[in-house]
Design a protein around this ligand. Structure first.
Ligand code: GDP
Length: 440
C-alpha cells in the first residue's frame, strides 16, 4: 500500500539527516521533496501546497526544540500533519435508529455491492447486528443477482423486487420489511453508472430524500486518484454524504485519494476495502494510516487482527497439549489457518514497522503455506500425531502425495522438531533456557 509515496517521503526526510539544526534552507529543501512526493502520489495540488506550508510553519516555530534530531522532528511533523489531513480522529458510523438505514452511493465498478456485503458482514459479526441488504439497481438484473450471491455467502438476507422499476418504492418497502421482521440495519445498494449523469444523480437524490438515511456512504475506487476526488465532490454536492469508503487499497494505488479527499469534501473516510473477499474491510484510522505511509508500520492493527482470531478456548487446549508433549501436525495446521485468517501475508508484513520497506521487493505470496499444508495433508493420522514414525519410505510417499520433494518434507520435519523443543522449553523453564538454546 502506497509503496512509492513511502519511499519518496523517506528519501525526502533523509535530506535533513546529518544537519545539526533546522534552518529555513534545509526545511525548504526537504519540503520541496515532500511536496513532489505528494504530487507524484496524485495528491491534489492545493492540498499538497497547504500541507507543506503548514509543516514549514510548524518546523520553523519549533526551532527551539533541541532534544530531538531535526530529521525525527520533521518526520513527526509530517506524520501529525498527514494524520490531520486524513481527518485526525477515527470517524465511526451512526448506528442509531431502529432500523439504522445506510445508503450506498458511488459509480458503477467502485465496489458498492462488494462493500455492502462487507459492511453487513462486519456489522453482523462485530456489532452483533441483524442486517438486511437491499438491491435497488433497477437497470441491471445482474447487479441484483450479484447482491444475492454476496448475501448467500455471508448468510444475510437480501431484499429485492426484480419487477419493480421504482427504486424509491423498493427502498421504502425494504425498510417496512425490516421493521416487520426484526432487522435492525438496512443497507441499501443503489445503481451506479460509468460516469456521473443527471438522471442517476436525481434518482439517488430521490431515494435519499424518501428514506432519510442515518448514514449515507460514498464508495470510491482509490485506484482512480484525482478522479476519485472529483467524483466525491459531485456526489457530495447532491447528497451531502456522511462519509467515504475507499476501496481497492490493496492494489497498486498511489495514495492520493486517501490523502486529499477529506480536505476537498470535508467528509471523513470511514472504511477502507482491501480485497475482494468479504472480510477485507477495515475501519479507517488516520493516524495508523499516516504511520503506514511513513513506513512506521501499524502494530496496533496487527495486534487487533491477531486478537480477533484469538480463541481462548483453543489456546488453552493447545497449552495443555504442549505441556503433555502432544502437539502434533494437526495443531500446526490449525495454527497456520489462524494466521491466514488474519489477512494477506503482504498486508500483514506491511504492518510490521520497517518490514514493509525492507521487504518491498520480496515477493511475499499467500501460497507460502501451500507446500506445508500439502505435506501435512499427505500424512496419515498416526504420522501427524507421532512424527517420529516417519521413516525414509514414508517421507518418499508423503513427498509424492503432496507434490513436493523429500528435501522439503525433511525441512518441515526439522522445523517442526525445533518448534516442539522450543515450546517445551517455554513451558518448563521459561525464557532463560530458551535464550540459552538459541544462543548455541
Ligand atoms: P459496484 O458496481 O460499485 O457494485 O462494484 P462491485 O462491488 O461489483 O465491484 C467491482 C469490482 O471490484 C469487483 O470485481 C470486485 O470484486 C472488485 N472490488 C471491490 N472492492 C474491492 C477491494 O477492496 N479490492 C479489490 N482488489 N477489488 C475490489
Amino acid at each position: 500500500m502506497f509503496d512509492n509515496l513511502s519511499d519518496k517521503l523517506d528519501k525526502a526526510l533523509h535530506v535533513l539527516k546529518g544537519h545539526g539544526s533546522i534552518t529555513e534552507v534545509n526545511v525548504a529543501e526537504t519540503l520541496k521533496e515532500v511536496r513532489r512526493a505528494l504530487l507524484d502520489a496524485d495528491v491534489n495540488f492545493k492540498t499538497a501546497k497547504e500541507f507543506t506550508n503548514t509543516v514549514k510553519e510548524k518546523a520553523l516555530g519549533q526551532n527551539v526544540l533541541t532534544t530531538l534530531q531535526p530529521g525525527q522532528l520533521m518526520v513527526k511533523l509530517v506524520k501529525d500533519e498527514l494524520t490531520e489531513l486524513m481527518g485526525g480522529e477515527t470517524a465511526g458510523i451512526n448506528l442509531s435508529g431502529t432500523p439504522t438505514v445506510i445508503l450506498m452511493s458511488g459509480l458503477q465498478g467502485s465496489g458498492k455491492t462488494t462493500f455492502s456485503g462487507k459492511l453487513a458482514n462486519y456489522l453482523k459479526t462485530k456489532k452483533t447486528k441483524k442486517p438486511l441488504l437491499v438491491a435497488c439497481d433497477i437497470y441491471r438484473p445482474a447487479a441484483i443477482n450479484q447482491l444475492h450471491v454476496v448475501g448467500d455467502q455471508i448468510g444475510v438476507e437480501v431484499y429485492s423486487e426484480p419487477e419493480n422499476k421504482n427504486p424509491v418504492q423498493i427502498a421504502q418497502n425494504a425498510i417496512a420489511h425490516a421493521k416487520q421482521n426484526g432487522f435492525n440495519v438496512v443497507i441499501v445498494d443503489t445503481a451506479g453508472r460509468l460516469a456521473i449523469d443527471e438522471a442517476m444523480m436525481t434518482e439517488i437524490a430521490n431515494v435519499h430524500k424518501a428514506i432519510n438515511p442515518h448514514e449515507t456512504l460514498f464508495v470510491v475506487d482509490a485506484m482512480t486518484g484525482q478522479d476519485a476526488v472529483n467524483t466525491a465532490k459531485t456526489f457530495n454536492e447532491r447528497l451531502n454524504f456522511d462519509g467515504v469508503v475507499l476501496t481497492k487499497l490493496d492494489g497498486d494505488t498511489r495514495g492520493g485519494a486517501a490523502i486529499s479527499i477529506k480536505s476537498v469534501v470535508d467528509k471523513p473516510i470511514k472504511f477502507i476495502g482491501t480485497g475482494e473477499k468479504m472480510d477485507a474491510i477495515d475501519v479507517f484510522h488516520p493516524a495508523r494510516m499516516a504511520d503506514r505511509i511513513l513506513g512506521m508500520g501499524d502494530v496496533v492493527s496487527l495486534v487487533e487482527r491477531a486478537q480477533e482470531q484469538f480463541d481462548e478456548e483453543e489456546a488453552r487446549k493447545l497449552q495443555k497439549k504442549i505441556a503433555k508433549n502432544q502437539f502434533g501436525f494437526d495443531d500446526f495446521l490449525s495454527q497456520i489457518q489462524q494466521v491466514k485468517k488474519m489477512g494477506s501475508m503482504k498486508d500483514l508484513v506491511g504492518m510490521i514497522p520497517g518490514a514493509g520497506k525492507a521487504l518491498k521487493d520480496v515477493d511475499i505470496d499467500d501460497d507460502a503455506f501451500k507446500g506445508i499444508e500439502a505435506i501435512i495433508h499427505s500424512m496419515t493420522p498416526t504420522e501427524r500425531t507421532q512424527p517420529s514414525v516417519i521413516n525414509g519410505s514414508r517421507k518418499k510417499r508423503i513427498a509424492k502425495g503432496s507434490g513436493t520433494s523429500v528435501q522439503q518434507v525433511n525441512q518441515l520435519l526439522k522445523q517442526f522438531d525445533q518448534m516442539s523443543k522450543m515450546m517445551k522449553m517455554m513451558q518448563s523453564g521459561g525464557g532463560r533456557k530458551m535464550m540459552q538454546a538459541m544462543g548455541k
